[in-house]
Design a protein around this ligand. Structure first.
Ligand SMILES: O=P(O)(O)OC[C@H]1O[C@](O)(CO)[C@@H](O)[C@@H]1O
Ligand SMILES: O=C[C@H](O)[C@H](O)COP(=O)(O)O
Length: 933
């Protein structure tokens, strides 16, 4: 006796299997169905693959081949397995395809559900899959959405077999049938063959009943007066809808237009009944098979439904029976106000979402496996968060998944942020893959640089902090120059570098994106003169067309390396701005990108938020800020200590604006739980092999006391590039959570203008505008920028009155316009600790003018919780600037004053303490006295 399924085949209906799975294929399950049940096709969809691959180990062997590659994306990893399954299934069905001469024997693979609303991307993806699977009996599944329909026409015209999926309404079916015919007609016009192009139109059945029945049940439960009429059509609408689609099909193939194509050998686009597993357990499990049997159709069945039909299905030509009854059912549905049009429209949308959700789940699972497999090659991250924050983070990750944040970030969708010009600032994504720089040119440059003992980089903010991290964490290769970074106007610091080098035999890297920043321009002029005007010892890194580019040409620089104007300074370290100095230090740039790649791919567009280390971190930072934990406290192990200076700029300048944002706290010694308020998030960056120094214990105590703690582990220094990228993604995402544009810096300009005004006035008059101190003696002068709340008493009283204003959630900043050296750093750290422990407030510190191009944005534009002590001193000795009346010391003072004015104008609480002899010990004594007052 032939099986019931085979009898279906005899009745003219093809039986396909709505299922794929590696184990099943390996066990020859498909071959068995072909042999025993006359099976002639297979369909897959994202949910089917999610079930197959999303859990368990069946695919691990296949995954491993990809997981080992640092630069394989999650999609590559998953897709290779899906393609292998589809190829396997296609090969199992190949004898059927050959026997039936291409009339059947197909296997379907669906384009990414993420592309359902993008015609061109769908076309490109379908072509790619067609080529990758490389089997004549493949059908590419394309959704019959508004965007999918034109893609179907073009793909058919390309000669690609298409399974149109997610069809629910008559209108959509008619549109795709038209697209199919038009595609074939186009080929005819072009003289291309049409006899081997197969297509099916997958009409989804059970999902319609599930929706309509739900509406019916709700109304019946509410005691609808039409209860009987409603009940009479329960479970009948989807079948009626399918029957009428078949009526349309029959009319279509009887028409002249189709007959003309048929005469040329065209195969009709068969109707395929999909979604035929019953969703309502009250229905017979073979309902959507028994009722839809008709010639030249396909029914794709999940295994359970197939087993049920084999066991107790009924074979009879039912599809063409009682068409009037079907019309009546639909007319009744209309009369009863059951809006089939709306239901089918909604089902298209929810169908796309459902498959996208499945794809997210699958990609998330693969991403998790991938990250685990990479082990130490991918920097690790764990988080211990208080329960409420943890909940908020997970909720954010889920909405971010549903709203496709990972993909939208990479696609440059400005709607993720403020809908402004954010898309223009995403060049750093490609740069991280090494695509911005000319790696060969950098290698040559690195070779040439070996003739120098020292290299000095002149630049500010994003143009200096990344290179400094690279030099302090990676260091120069043997035989390559040592890199000194000068991002200051402090005469002492400039003199220190000058004394450490032979200026006539040093490589100078002048680095400025805009090419018009004051500090590098003054430093360039200074060192150009010291180097005897040897332009050949200078290179510039700058964006195309800048003023610096012109200067470099004028002065005969050895090279100009171009940046990408689509990258802001603080996101530029993985572009020329980091890699030119890296090459100068003899760092192998190609190897650096290779080491960075695992994080770039782990944070890729296809890694859903929860499994994406950058997006996850961004969600933590953003949600923490939202509950007032806006002080990101950076706690590195010794080997990673320099990283914080780069991170500070990224976080502060990106998020600190419009009164919102995150205030980074770097280099603040770790304290006990009592020394902190409830405004902190701690991030521990640990380099394997670094001494613990009791840090772990201290951090454990903080986490136990309810402070959020993020722990990042870095297996070796060479992996530092991964942290650059992770934090760039995290910052962009935190910006999205906070609701600001993370790529602009609206408040930096004002301080620059204020400074320029003071310097210009000096150039004319030879003196800075006079100012009146609140207090002055032989050692110090105190200025309060017109703050009338402070009385001109003694210094301890003034400072103590100022510090008394520090409350919960506030932070104290020491803005020191002095040389950045170890002694000053230590003194400032002591002052910070004293204030932090006495007031339980966060403390930050910056050396001026370096911080102006970094954290300065947040201090001015971020949360209005800052209180600042600006420290200046009389420059001694000072340094002249060629062609300028103002010295470096004067410029630095003007910068401090400009900054003070702008901070005060923004309503921030600020005090300037001028230490005439630059003695920070005096400040320490003052602070101690003020805290005890
Ligand atoms: O590279 P540039 O254009 O000299 O800018 C240096 C730095 O100054 C800033 O514009 C802030 O003043 C930063 O964003 C930037 O990294
Ligand atoms: O082509 C097959 C369809 O993707 C499948 O039948 C959908 O079935 P479902 O509605 O049960 O998910």
């Amino acid at each position: 006796m032939t099986s019931r399924l085979q009898q279906l085949h005899e009745a003219g209906q093809a039986v396909w299997l709505d299922f794929v799975d590696r184990k099943f294929l390996k066990a020859d399950g498909l071959k068995k169905l072909v042999a025993e049940d006359g099976l002639t096709g297979v369909t897959s969809n994202p949910s089917i693959f999610e079930k197959a691959m999303g859990s368990g180990e069946a695919y691990d062997e296949g995954f491993n081949a990809f997981l080992g590659k640092a630069d394989a994306s999650v999609t590559d990893t998953y897709e290779a397995q899906a393609i292998a399954d589809i190829q396997g299934a296609a090969d199992d069905l190949r004898p059927v395809y050959d026997r039936l001469d291409g009339r059947d024997g197909y296997v379907s693979l669906e384009v990414s559900p993420y592309l359902a609303n993008d015609t061109d991307a769908t076309i490109a993806e379908a072509r790619r899959l067609w080529a990758a699977v490389d089997r004549p009996n493949l059908m590419v599944k394309v959704p019959g959405t508004d965007a999918g329909t034109p893609a179907i026409r073009r793909l058919i015209a390309n000669g690609i077999n298409i399974n149109v999926t997610l069809l629910f309404s008559q209108d959509a079916y008619q549109a795709v049938a038209e697209a199919f015919i038009a595609g074939l007609e186009k080929r005819v016009k072009e003289g291309a063959p049409i006899d081997r192009i197969a297509s099916v139109a997958s009409f989804f059945v059970s999902r319609i009943d599930a929706q309509i029945d739900k509406a019916i049940d709700t109304r019946m439960e509410a005691g609808d007066p039409e209860a009987d009429a409603l009940k009479a059509i329960r479970g009948k609408v989807a079948i009626a809808n399918a029957k009428l689609a078949y009526v349309h099909y029959q009319e279509l193939i009887a028409g002249d237009r189709w007959q003309a194509l048929a005469a040329k050998g065209a195969m009709p686009q068969r109707l395929l009944w999909a979604s035929t597993g019953t969703k309502d357990p009250a229905y017979p499990d073979t309902l959507y098979i028994d009722t839809l049997i008709g010639r030249d159709t396909v029914n794709t069945m999940p295994p359970k439904t197939m087993d049920a039909f084999r066991d107790h299905g009924t074979v009879a030509e039912t599809l063409t029976g009682d068409i009037e009854g079907a019309r009546h059912v639909l007319a009744e549905a209309r009369r009863l106000g059951l809006d089939l049009g709306q239901v089918t429209a909604d089902l298209v949308g929810s169908g796309v979402t459902q498959f996208a959700d499945a794809a997210d789940q699958l990609l998330g699972a693969v991403a998790g496996k991938r990250n685990a497999f990479l082990g130490d090659r991918l920097n690790g991250m764990t988080a211990q968060l208080p329960a409420s924050l943890d909940k908020a983070v997970e909720a954010r990750l889920e909405t971010a998944r549903a709203d496709a944040w990972s993909r939208r970030l990479w696609a440059g969708d400005a709607g993720l942020w403020t809908g402004g010009d954010e898309a223009k600032w995403l060049g750093w994504l490609a740069a991280a893959k090494g695509e911005q720089v000319d790696q060969a040119a950098l290698a040559t440059f690195g070779e040439k640089a070996r003739s120098y003992k020292d290299a000095v980089l002149l630049g500010m903010g994003g143009s200096s902090l990344g290179p400094e991290v690279l030099s302090l964490i990676l260091g120069s290769a043997a035989g390559s120059p040592k890199l000194h970074v000068l991002d200051t106007t402090d005469p002492g610091q400039i003199a220190t570098v000058l004394a450490a080098i032979d200026p006539a035999g040093t490589l100078f890297i002048v680095s400025s994106k805009s090419g018009s920043t004051m500090e590098p321009e003054l430093l360039r002029a200074f060192f150009f003169e010291k180097a005897g005007g040897q332009g050949a010892h200078f290179v510039a890194v700058t964006d195309p067309g800048s003023h610096l580019e012109k200067t470099a040409a004028r002065d005969g620089f050895a090279a100009v390396f171009a940046g990408d104007p689509a990258i802001g300074g603080r996101y530029s370290v993985l572009s020329a701005f980091g890699m030119v100095p890296a090459a100068a230090m003899g760092i192998d740039v190609a190897a650096f990108y290779t080491a960075t790649a695992p994080m770039v791919f782990a944070c890729g567009p296809d890694a859903p938020p929860a499994a994406n280390p950058g997006v996850r971190l961004g969600a933590i930072l953003g949600e923490a800020a939202a509950i007032g934990r806006d002080k990101l406290t950076i706690v590195p192990s010794a080997g990673l200590a320099p990283f914080g200076a780069w991170l500070e700029q990224l976080i502060a300048e990106s998020t600190g604006k419009q009164g919102k944002g995150i205030v980074p706290v770097d280099l603040e010694p770790v304290g006990t739980p009592e020394s902190y308020g409830t405004d902190r998030v701690f991030v521990h960056l640990h380099l394997a092999g670094d001494e613990d120094d009791g840090l772990e214990t201290k951090l454990k105590a903080l986490a136990a006391a309810g402070h959020p703690l993020v722990s990042i582990s870095v297996a070796s220094r060479e992996l530092i590039g991964q942290e650059f990228f992770r934090w760039e993604i995290a910052t962009a995402v935190a910006g999205a959570v906070i609701g600001i544009d993370p790529f602009n810096q609206p408040d930096v300009e004002d301080a620059k203008i204020a400074t320029r005004k003071l310097v210009d006035a000096y150039e004319k008059s030879g003196a800075l505008e006079p100012e009146t101190p609140l207090y002055e003696d032989a050692e110090i002068a105190i200025f309060a920028a017109g703050d009338a709340s402070l009385a001109p008493t003694d210094p301890v009283a003034i400072l103590s009155a100022r510090l008394a204003g520090l409350g919960a959630g506030d932070y104290l900043g020491i803005l020191a316009y002095v040389e950045r050296d170890a002694a000053h750093e230590a003194a400032i750290a002591r002052i910070r600790t004293a204030i932090r422990d006495a007031r339980a407030v966060a403390t930050v510190a910056g050396f001026g003018p370096r911080f102006l191009h970094s954290t300065g944005q947040a201090y001015k534009g971020g949360p209005a919780t800052g209180m600042f002590i600006e420290v200046t001193r009389d420059p001694d000795p000072d340094l002249a600037i060629p062609h300028h009346r103002a010295s470096f010391g004067t410029v630095q003072l003007a910068q401090a004053r400009g900054d003070l004015d702008v901070l005060a104008a923004r309503g921030q609480r600020v005090l300037r303490i001028h230490l005439k002899h630059g003695d920070l010990a005096r400040l320490e004594t003052l602070v101690t006295a003020a805290l005890n007052a």
